[in-house]
Design a binder for this molecule. Structure first.
Ligand code: FRU
Length: 495
């Protein structure tokens, strides 16, 4: 039975999405259907389609009591909205259906595992959110909450762990038919930890062990974990709150963290070998992965960050969009991300320039646009006298520009959206230390109306940033302080 709360949300989204013209949305990134979007949830492959649910509040472009929105796609790029899947309509989730994940059960039904949130008054009079793990089962459109919810609560937590920060289950089915879920939590030291839970059938769950402890090394609470095997390594993804910066690797505030290491899947003993940020741009958080039917590990993140949420225009009826789907791999012990190959199917007109030598400012005929896939390779004209700086200006006209600049002497790449039309005093720049290759740099830049995603040196680093620049600003130009030789291949992308 669909509750009144869910029926209202479904009716609202159907009525008000019509008021958003298609050109006011990204062409091939999934935006909020209407209202507010945050984390990707339940990213899965089910009945021949990819399913994406997300944290959703249809009634406002600000965060509110969380629902789960729902969309499906055959190619991970062109999404079709389905009715909202979950609403906060039970005692145990009355204050929100927080993040979670989805899998297919052996009987063909789809199982959602999410965090139910209920505010509870404390002895000091303040209200705090109690977080438990809940289930819903459905057919790909309609979901029924499990009668025995919640399936995990404070009684299942190890000693000293907080029942107020216990959220974001990522579930998967093991080869032997049992299930594992990794869940974020806050231990007694006030930082974060990831807990593993196991189940024989997806419905009865028991605590297994602590997978990883933060010990206040990377921020505090760890949100939205994921865990998978990739190229012979084990990879943990999580999004820490309250980060302190470290060089150009980690920035202040809400960040992303990838731990790469070894793990015995039976014991769940994880040994960290390497750590890095996942995305080095301004807007990326809470990614989730899916294993595609052809064996690729594909990740999508919320292309936004809690610390930059004031970056919006009042007249727009949606806020929040997903990142491009990115195929993951591990190369030289690091996480590598590249746009999924499906993106190539959206390519239209191609413009190509090879071996262009220049210094100072350059514009190239036909190189412009706000929905493009552009690969730029730059090399020093003289390898013994490397240029000082190279830059690409995007979404440019007399008033606006967003640019990438690279200083080979430090190997630092910067993205700057200060002049993108933003009227807020938020972060507008971010720098990443990329791998030095004697002045050679390869960038793949994807623009989709309201965003820029930059894949550096075949996916070694990625920088994602939203820009709400007027669409008329579609110019692109290049700048070099010193002599460079550049190749540019640019495609229009069709939504
Ligand atoms: C991460 C997060 C999750 C939580 C959800 C609430 O962005 O804080 O931990 O489940 O958002 O909307």
């Amino acid at each position: 039975m669909t509750s009144q709360t869910l029926r209202e949300a479904r009716k609202y989204e159907e009525t008000y999405e019509k008021m958003i013209p298609a050109e006011d949305r990204p062409a091939f990134h999934l935006p909020a259907r209407v209202g507010w979007m945050n984390d990707p949830n339940g990213f899965s492959y089910y009945k021949g389609e990819y399913h994406m649910f997300y944290q959703y509040y249809p009634y406002d472009t600000n965060w509110g009591p969380m629902h789960w929105a729902h969309a499906v796609s055959k190619d991970l790029l062109r999404w079709r909205n389905l009715p909202a899947a979950l609403a906060p309509d039970e005692v145990y989730d009355k204050d929100g259906c927080f993040s979670g994940s989805a899998i297919e059960l052996p009987d063909g039904r789809q199982l959602l595992m999410y965090t139910g949130v209920r505010k509870e008054q404390q002895a000091d009079g303040k209200f705090r959110e109690v977080q438990t793990q809940c289930l819903a089962v459905g057919d790909g459109v309609d979901y029924v909450k499990y009668a025995r919810n919640p399936v995990l609560d404070e009684r299942d937590l190890p000693e000293g762990s907080s029942r107020f920060d216990f959220r974001d289950p990522k579930i998967w089915r093991n080869e032997d038919g049992t299930y594992t879920s990794v869940i974020g939590n806050r231990p007694a030291d006030g930082s974060g930890q990831l807990l593993l839970f196991r189940s024989p059938d997806g419905f009865h769950w028991k605590f297994h062990k602590v997978l990883a402890s933060n010990h206040n090394r990377f921020g505090k609470m760890w949100e939205c974990p994921d865990l998978f095997e990739l190229d012979g390594k084990w990879v943990i993804l999580t999004s820490p709150q309250d980060m302190l910066p470290k060089d150009f690797e980690y920035h202040n505030g809400n960040g992303t963290l990838c731990l790469i290491g070894r793990m015995d899947p039976d014991s769940g003993d994880f040994v960290e070998e390497y750590n890095q940020a996942i995305d080095y741009g301004i807007d990326f958080y809470a990614p989730q992965t899916v294993l595609t039917p052809d064996g690729r590990r594909v990740m999508i993140g919320w292309m936004q960050n809690w610390d930059t949420c004031s970056h919006r225009t009042e007249e727009r009826r949606w806020f929040g969009q997903m990142s491009l789907p990115r195929e993951l791999s591990v190369r030289d012990g690091r996480l590598v991300q590249n746009p999924v190959k499906e993106l190539e199917e959206l390519r239209g007109e191609k413009i190509e320039y090879r071996q262009v030598s220049f210094t100072d400012v350059l514009r190239l005929d036909g190189v412009k646009g706000r929905c493009i896939d552009m690969e730029v390779t730059v090399r020093p004209a003289n390898p013994h006298n490397i240029y000082q700086k190279f830059a690409i200006y995007l979404a440019q006209n007399e008033d606006y520009r967003t640019y990438l600049s690279y200083h080979p002497s430090e190997s630092v790449l910067k993205v700057d959206r200060k002049f993108s039309g933003s009227r807020r005093a938020i972060i507008h720049q971010r720098r990443a230390q990329v791998r030095d290759r004697n002045g050679e740099l390869k960038l793949r830049v994807i623009l989709d109306r309201f965003s820029v995603e930059i894949f550096v040196n075949d996916g070694e680093h990625v920088l994602s940033t939203t820009i709400y620049t007027d669409q008329k600003a579609d110019g692109i130009s290049f700048f070099a302080d010193g002599g460079v030789v550049m190749d540019v291949v640019k495609y229009e992308l069709k939504g």
